[in-house]
Design a protein around this ligand. Sequence first.
Ligand code: PLP
Length: 224
Amino acid sequence: MNQRQSDLKNNLESLKAKVQSLSSGNISIVAVSKYSQFDDIKSLYELGHRDFGENRIDDLEQKADLAKTHGLNDIRWHFIGRIQSNKIKRIVNVSNLHLIHSVSKLKHLEIINKESEKLDINTNVLLQVNLSNESQKDGFFNLDRNTINSAKGFKSLNVKGLMTMAENRSQCGDEVVKGTFDKCYQMYSQFFDHGILSMGMSGDFEIAIGSGSNMIRVGSILFK
Ligand SMILES: *Cc1c(COP(=O)(O)O)cnc(C)c1O
């Protein structure tokens, strides 16, 4: 094991220990590899890690192809970036795509459903919600029973839960961030049972776990 690999091993182990100390539940860790080279992904995979997240389709395709070539057959890819209608087909077609976190429009669900039907697969998705009212962020501003029922009605989709991003912690403070995560948890528990609640990044995952997150998306603290 070279120096880089042993750094990655330490980062992963200390993150897991931290996460375990914060919750008795099972919290999935998505390693956000958007700023990382394939070598780092491969190293974490060899340490037993399986879940990786990318926010740009070009990068995701490229890395998923490399993963396939190198025989990382059990890798699970997460798409966490902004979705554009004309790129949905490419996202759905990525090999070992596991979960799309960032669906913010019913129209996008419709297209994901249609592309999944063509491949005869079911695609797992989360609905992204925008509870911080920052207009530059994607996400449903509100989710009511009707929207949830429409979303759950698509035959080739599994709508698993919700995803959110909070305000910048250092600008807004812990209370505001916690308020946003709490709101998201409430919304989630209204509509989902044993689902996925994706919230928390390197800078705020402790708060997110305190509010009931069961999936965190972390990049910088793992790959630093
Ligand atoms: C980049 C990104 C992350 C990870 O951010 P870090 O601060 O590096 O942990 C998580 N979620 C989304 C949607 C991202 O774009």
